[in-house]
Design a binder for this molecule. Sequence first.
Ligand SMILES: CCCCCCC[C@H](O)CC(=O)SCCNC(=O)CCNC(=O)[C@H](O)C(C)(C)COP(=O)([O-])OP(=O)([O-])OC[C@H]1O[C@@H](n2cnc3c(N)ncnc32)[C@H](O)[C@@H]1OP(=O)([O-])[O-]
Ligand SMILES: NC(=O)c1ccc[n+]([C@@H]2O[C@H](COP(=O)([O-])OP(=O)(O)OC[C@H]3O[C@@H](n4cnc5c(N)ncnc54)[C@H](O)[C@@H]3O)[C@@H](O)[C@H]2O)c1
Length: 783
Amino acid sequence: MAEYSTYGSVAVLQVNNPPLNTFTRHVLQALVSGLERAQRDPAVRSIVIAGKGPTFPAGADLEELLGTAAAPLLSNLRMVDKHVDTCQKPIVCAIHGTALGGGFELALASHYRLAVPSATLSLPEVHLGMLPGAGGTQRLPRVVGVKSAIQLITSGQDIKAQQALTLGLVDKIVQGDLLKEAVSFARSVEGRPLEDRRISQRTVPDADKVDEVVEATRKTILRKARGAIAPLTCVQAIQASVLPFAAGMAREADLMTYLMTSWQAAAQQYVFFSEREVRQWSHPRDKHINFRTAKPTVIKSVGVVGAGTMGAGITISLLQAGLKVVLLEVNKKQLDKAIAVIQKTLRQKSASQKMSQLTTTMDYSQLSDVDMVIEAVFENLRLKKEVFRKLDVITKPQAVLASNTSGLDIDKIAAATKRPDKVVGTHFFSPANVMRLLENIYGKKTSAETVATVMQLATTIGKVGVLVGNCAGFVGNRMLGPYRSEALFLLEEGVDPQDVDRAIEEFGFPMGPFRMTDLAGNDIGWRRRIEARLTTEHGPPPDTPALYRRGDRYCPLPDMLCLQGRLGQKTGAGCMMLQEAKDDLTENIYIRFRTDGSVFDLRRLLAHTKTLEELILDLLFADDCALLAHTEAALMSHHAPSMCNRYDPGSRTALPDPVVLQMIQDYRQEHGFKKRTISSQEIVERCLYSLINEGFHVLDEGIASRALDIDVIYLFGYGWPRHTGGPMYYVERVIGLEKLLRSLETYSARYPNHSHLQPSPLLRDMVAKGGSLAALGTTDSKL
Ligand SMILES: CCCCCCC[C@H](O)CC(=O)SCCNC(=O)CCNC(=O)[C@H](O)C(C)(C)COP(=O)([O-])OP(=O)([O-])OC[C@H]1O[C@@H](n2cnc3c(N)ncnc32)[C@H](O)[C@@H]1OP(=O)([O-])[O-]
Ligand SMILES: NC(=O)c1ccc[n+]([C@@H]2O[C@H](COP(=O)([O-])OP(=O)(O)OC[C@H]3O[C@@H](n4cnc5c(N)ncnc54)[C@H](O)[C@@H]3O)[C@@H](O)[C@H]2O)c1
C-alpha cells in the first residue's frame, strides 16, 4: 500500500495501489504510519514520497469517497495532510505520471516537488462535481495567485511539468532516474529551515484583487457552466484563501461537504464511470459477443472518402492518433481546402510529422491497401451505396467499410457490398477532431470482429465509442427529432425562437435548438425530410394538409424558411450571414457548365427536372471534377440567410430577425394559432421530456442496450449539461420517472396529435413495477 525503505538518511515512501495509486483509506493509513515511523527514526533526516509503477497517486479513490468508507478516508486524508504540513524533516514529492486531485494536493502540502518532464498535474475535482478538498483551494492560490488558481481549479485543466515549473508548483524537472534524483535532492536539503517551504505559511500574492477577480470570473463561469454548482463553489473556497490558513481550510471543508452531498456530484461521478463503462460493450442481440470475446482487427491505415467538413475532421483525428490516412475526394478544390485545414490544425498542435502519414488523392484505386475505409460523402443513400459498391471492389477483402452517415440505413448500405459483415456505421460528431463521441452502429450482418474493431478504433483515437443498433437517426439524432418538433410547435403557440433557445440554454445546453440549426444548416434537416417525402423542394407534397404528415402533427415552418433560401449559417469559417443578403429572397442559384459556359438557374432546373440531390449525383457521376467544383462554387457563392437569427458580419451573436418573427406571426394567423405566454419550465419540459421519452423507445427496442449508453451519447455528442448526468440519469434521479410519466400524460392529453408526447410503454411499465433504468441492460429481458 505504501512501501517503506531507507537510503541512508532518506526514508522513501512509495504508494503502491495499482493501477493508479489512488488513495483508499488503507493507503492513507499506510502513509500515516510511514510518516510517523520516519519522524520517529533519528537516523532519518528527510523523506521522499513517490508512486510505484506508472504514476504518482491520481487522487482519492472514488469508489471509497462516494461509498460508506468516505468518513475514514477523509479522516485519514486529513491526518496525512497534518503530518506532512507539520513535519520537521523535509518531505520531497517525486512526481511522474499523473498527480491528480488528492495526489497533487499531497504534493502541495510537502516541502519540495520534483517532476519528470512527462508528468501531468491537475485538480480535476470540478469534473466530479466537487472541489479540491485536501487543501488544494487554499495552497494553490498561495503559489499561483487567486486569478490563476480559479482558472486552473474551475477548468480542472492539466498542468504539464514545464508549466508547473514556470508557475512555481514544482522546484525541479528531473531528466534521469526520478527516485535516485529525489533521494539525492532530499539529502541536499536536510537540515535546512522549513518554514518558508510550507505553502500554508505563505500569503496569496494577489490578495488585494481577490474581489475584482472573483467577480469577473463568476460571470464567465455562469456563462460557460450554467446551472453547475461546483465551479462557483470552487470560487467561493478559493476566495477564502486570503483568510488565515486554518480559517480557509475550515471554509474549504464546509463547502466540500456541501458539494459531496449534492445531487450534481453524484451525477458527475456517474458520468465519469459511464464514460469508462461504455467500453465494456456487449452486442444487444447476443450477449456472448462482447468486449471480452470479440477480437478487433488491427487497423494501421484508414481511407477517408469525402474531404468535406466531416472527412477533414476525421482525418485529423486519425492522424493525431498516429494512423496512416488516404484521403479521397472528387472535388479538387475541396481537397485542397481540406489539406489546408488539416495542415493548419496539426501545425497548431505542433505535429508536423503527422502530415507525412497523409496521402491525398482523387483516385479510388489508392484505397486498395488500407485496413479500413470511413466514408463521409453527402448524406444521400443512392450516393453512399454507389460509393460502397466501388469500395467493395477496390479495397482488400478483409478491409472494414464504415459509413459516417448521420442516420441512413446501415443495412441498405451494407447490401451494396459482398461483405456486409464488414460494414458498420461510425458516426462522428462535428467538429470531428474535437467532439469526443463516436456512435458505432452495427447492422444485421455486421460481425463481432467488425464491431470490436470500431470500438477499439474509438479508444485508439481518443474518442468515447458507444455501440448502438440500426434505425433512422440511430440513438442521438433519433431522440433529437421529437425535441426539435416540440421546439417548433412552441413557436406556433406563441414563443419566439430566442425564448426557446434561452430556456434550453438556461438549463445548461451550450446552444438552444434554433441557434444550433442555424449553425449546422437548416438545409440538412430539409434534405432529410425531402428524402423521407415529408416535403418537397416546392412545398408540401400534393394533397397533403399543411400541418399534418401521415396523421401526425407537422410544423412546416423550417421548410418554408428553406424555400425562401433561409438555409442557415454554414459551419465553415467566415460564413457569417449578412443582413443585406438575408433580405434578398429573390436571389437565385446558378450553375455554370464548363463545357459551353452557359449559365442555368438551378431553381428553374430543379423545378423542371430533378431534385437537388439527383442533380448533384448526376454531376458527381459525370466524373467531371471541374464541373463539380463549378457547381459547388456556385452553390457556395449563394449567400444563404440564417434560419431564425440575424448575425452581424464577423459576429456569432444571434440577434432576433424581424423578418422571421413577422413570418411566424403571419403563419400563426394563417393557421389560427392563438399566441399565448409560455413559461420557460413548459419549454424545457416539452422539449426535453419528448427527447427522453424517445430514449425509452430506443431502450425498449434494444437500439441502445443501457441507459448509460444514451447518457454518454448526449453528454459527449450533443452538449447535454454534464452536471445533470445525461438525459436518462437526470430524469430518473432528479425528476423521477413517475413525474415524467405524469407530465407526458398531461401534455399528450393537451396535444393528442404530438405522438412523441405519448408515454412510452417501457416508461409506463417501469413506473407501474417500480423498475430502474440502471438495472436495464443487465438482463436480456428487453433485448
Ligand atoms: C473535507 C473533505 C475532504 C475531501 C478530500 C478530497 C480529496 C480530493 O480533493 C478529492 C479527489 O482526489 S477526487 C479524485 C481526483 N482524481 C481524479 O479525478 C482522477 C480521475 N481519473 C482520471 O482522470 C484517469 O483515470 C487517469 C488520467 C488517472 C488515468 O486515465 P487512463 O489511463 O485512461 O485510465 P482510466 O481508464 O481512466 O482508468 C483506469 C481505471 O481506473 C478507474 N479510476 C480512475 N480514477 C479513479 C479514481 N480516482 N478512483 C477510483 N477509480 C478510478 C477507472 O474507472 C478505470 O476503471 P476500469 O474498471 O478499468 O474501467
Ligand atoms: N456536418 C455534420 O455536422 C455531420 C455530422 C455527423 C455526420 N455527418 C455526415 O457526414 C457525411 C458528410 O457530411 P459533411 O458535412 O462532411 O458533408 P460535406 O458536404 O461537407 O462533404 C462531403 C464531401 O464528399 C465529397 N464527395 C461527394 N461524393 C463523393 C464521392 N463519390 N467520392 C468522394 N468524395 C465525394 C464532396 O465533394 C464533399 O467534399 C454525411 O453523411 C453527413 O450526414 C455530418
